[in-house]
Design a binder for this molecule. Structure first.
Ligand code: F6P
Length: 361
């Protein structure tokens, strides 16, 4: 009978703050709680699993990294055919190569940390007979089945800080500022940083905006002798009517447009209509960089320790989650089944509306 437990760790997809804190917690909990354990860190996410490129991780590897940004293991994005497979450039399945590494290292389980795409891929690995436990990480906070993800709070802190700083210069010059936040098709990051920084308007993909509403807001603010307007705009924000386009039509429209992102288009439209100076700030990957905030360090530690629990209890095929303030787990299949979007009747949207924040609808 096998008396060594072998665990592989994978950090996959876009990086975020808290990955190293989570790696640390998984490693420390496993070394603490299992007598004979070997831990293998896969380099560059699934790429390391595909190419059998890994490092054997000693207990010392898990020290001194709780406050480090990024991931000490590296990460990558893989080509993914939705609902089907992880493939190479020619469309060949990469699952056999991953399974071969899993078997070659005689792994008992993989701990995979990732966002939506990673959860879907992890489900495929699980379907192939590999034991998998996942952790939800992303600044987008859009993973279904968990109230929050690590990385999100750190990104909110950064985006809030950016908008805070923009406030002073916007006020001095009496300008319109559009601060474009990350988040893909979900508005979580924009909503929380917009509220936290006192933005005048928050535009999120879940609530299509109308340019006229923003023009009215700017005029109303001017009447109150507020010459500047700050708009926190999600990178996935859409104008009313836009959603009705098919995917192909939307792609063609984007290609035909002269503005690189929604923020630039919006600022140009507002400047043209109102005659007021408008500027754009895109904090971009800065939102994913630097050390995790204390909240994310704690959350990642809770998630990592819970992953070790799942491994010890052989409860594979689960994603660690936070529900109503409690750490729990759900089947990966469930987490991978859909994206967690904001609901237009979500409490925080009501709070924002109550204090007069304009959603452009
Ligand atoms: O999913 C995290 C995220 O930062 C999104 O908010 C953003 O749209 C995307 O990744 C950017 O991806 P990349 O790092 O590949 O440019």
């Amino acid at each position: 009978m096998k008396d060594i437990t072998r665990v592989g760790i994978v950090t996959s997809g876009g990086d975020c703050q808290g990955l190293n804190a989570a790696i640390r917690a998984v490693g420390k909990a496993l070394y603490e709680r299992i007598e004979n354990v070997e831990i293998y860190g896969m380099y560059d996410g699934y790429r390391g699993l595909i190419d059998c490129d890994y490092t054997f991780m000693q207990p010392s590897d898990f020290s001194g990294i709780i406050n480090k940004g990024g991931t000490i293991l590296g990460t990558s994005r893989q080509r993914f055919v939705p609902g089907k497979d992880i493939v190479d450039e020619e469309g060949n399945s990469l699952l056999p190569a991953m399974k071969s590494t899993y078997n070659r290292l005689d792994l008992d389980c993989l701990v995979i940390m990732g966002g939506n795409g990673t959860q879907k891929s992890a489900k495929l690995l699980s379907d192939q007979g590999m034991n998998v436990v996942t952790l939800p990480k992303t600044i987008d906070n859009d993973i279904f089945g968990t109230d929050t993800t690590f990385g999100f709070q750190s990104a909110v802190d950064i985006a809030t800080n950016v908008i805070d700083y923009i406030h002073t210069t916007a006020t001095s010059h009496g300008r319109i500022f559009v601060v474009e936040c990350m988040g893909r098709d979900a508005g979580w990051l924009t909503l929380y940083s917009g509220i936290g920084s006192g933005a005048d308007s928050i535009l999120i993909p879940e609530i299509p905006y109308q340019i006229d509403r923003l023009v009215e807001l700017i005029a109303a603010r001017k009447k109150k002798h507020k010459g500047f307007t700050i708009i926190a705009c999600a990178e996935g924000a859409v104008e009313k009517g836009e959603k009705l386009l098919t995917e192909d039509e939307a792609r063609k429209k984007k290609e035909a447009e002269k503005y690189s992102t929604v923020g630039y288009r919006l600022a140009a439209d507002l400047e043209r209509i109102t005659g007021q100076d408008a500027r754009v700030v895109v904090p971009g990957h800065y939102q994913r960089g630097g050390p995790p905030c204390p909240y994310d360090r704690v959350l990642a530690t809770q998630f990592g320790a819970a992953a070790a629990d799942l491994i010890i209890n052989k409860q594979y095929g689960h994603m660690v989650a936070m529900q109503n303030g409690k750490i729990t787990s759900i089947p990966i299949e469930e987490a991978a089944s859909k994206t967690k979007f904001l609901s237009p009747d979500f409490d925080m949207i009501k709070v924002a509306r109550d204090i007069g924040i304009c959603f452009g609808d």
